[in-house]
Design a protein around this ligand. Structure first.
Ligand code: ADP
Ligand code: F6P
Length: 324
């Protein structure tokens, strides 16, 4: 344990994700077990700049592991993107005796963490986003809950789609990343899966698919559309006009981001939270925790931010073959 690290802070930033509370709980309990005090910073970098800082003990995170959202709150803070905001944030940490901060969020949040570490405050990031779009890690906290929530919702829409012999376009989240769409598309047996990384914007192919499937006697046609492509409602209108088959759009939206985390999210969040607390207590800085090649590990934030991640080609090809 580093002699200098006496107090660490923890904050959640960017979009909330199920499992963030399990990560906060693990950071708090592991750091305290290491003899380091913990402060919670509310509402992400916004709360840091407005000094919404509270003491956390082991009991303050009781009864939180099963809860969705984040007990600390989260925000998107434009002031923190400025140099003045970052200097102010580091000064506030020093004023409150905070030697290091665990930042739970996505890439944007790590850029904030990088800025803080350049201004003398140790930082460690934890991947918390439903989108799975962080390149340095094979897993991000919240993904499993989000895909299971979406999968269950899509099953329900499919019932109605089959009963009314309709076509359904179901839009799932994921900002510009197609992981939620790919996983749900495969798991729900969708007829078409549209993901921004691969979609060629050729609606005629989809229309031909629908007409061919209808001739074969298929009663429903499920299209999973990723948020990065969007425009599900206008797409539905065009498809209905071209096929003569009633077509409805359903945008799942924030229901995918809420709810009690799955076992997998709670487990990954707990281990990643503990890992982040350990390395921060050891005096490491400018790191981000990841799960890579079957093991928990950590990377330099700058290196992590330039890594890239693609939709695995084999998984994409299989998703197409199974939907025919
Ligand atoms: P995520 O962390 O999920 O990617 P955002 O991209 O919205 O979410 O980022 C969350 C917050 O991180 C932003 O509101 C901002 O306060 C901070 N942030 C984002 N980009 C930067 C940056 N380049 N420099 C400093 N802080 C940043
Ligand atoms: O990053 C998580 C996410 O839910 C994305 O899938 C989505 O694009 C984005 O956040 C929406 O963010 P908000 O509505 O909070 O601005």
């Amino acid at each position: 344990m580093s002699a200098e690290i006496k107090t660490i802070g923890v904050l959640t930033s960017g979009g909330d994700a199920p499992g963030m509370n399990a990560a906060i709980r693990a950071v708090v309990r592991k750091a305290i077990s290491n003899g380091v005090a913990v402060k919670g910073i509310k509402r992400g970098y916004q709360g840091l700049l407005s000094e919404e800082i509270i003491d956390l003990d082991k009991k303050s995170v009781s009864d939180t592991i099963q809860k969705g959202g984040t007990i600390l709150g989260t925000a998107r803070c434009m002031e923190f993107v400025t140099e003045e905001g970052q200097l102010k944030g580091a000064e506030i940490c020093r004023k409150h005796g905070i030697d290091g901060i665990v930042v739970i969020g996505g890439d944007g949040s790590y850029r904030g963490a990088l800025a803080l570490s350049r201004n003398g405050i140790n930082t460690v990031g934890i991947p918390g986003t439903i989108d799975l779009d962080i390149a340095c890690t094979d897993y991000t906290i919240g993904f499993d809950t989000a895909i299971n929530t979406a999968m269950q919702a899509i099953d329900k829409v499919r019932d109605t789609s089959s009963s009314h012999e309709r076509c359904s376009i179901i839009e799932v989240m994921g900002r510009n990343a197609g992981y939620i769409a790919l996983w749900c598309g495969v798991a729900n047996g969708a007829e078409d899966i549209l993901i921004p990384e691969k979609y060629d914007y050729d609606e005629q192919t989809i229309i031909n698919n629908i007409i061919r499937n209808r001739k074969r006697g298929k009663k429903h046609h499920i299209i999973i559309n990723a948020e990065g492509i969007g425009h599900s409602t206008s797409m539905a209108r065009r498809i209905e006009a071209a096929t003569g088959i009633e077509t409805r759009a359903t945008i799942l939206g924030y229901m995918q981001r809420g709810g009690s985390p799955t076992c997998k999210d709670r487990f990954y969040a707990s281990i990643m939270g503990a890992y982040a607390a350990d390395i921060l207590c050891e005096g490491k800085s400018n790191r981000v925790v990841g799960f890579k090649n079957g093991a928990f590990t950590d990377f330099d934030i700058e290196e992590a931010l330039v890594m890239t991640k693609d939709i695995p080609e084999y998984e994409f090809q299989v998703s197409r073959q199974l939907s025919q």
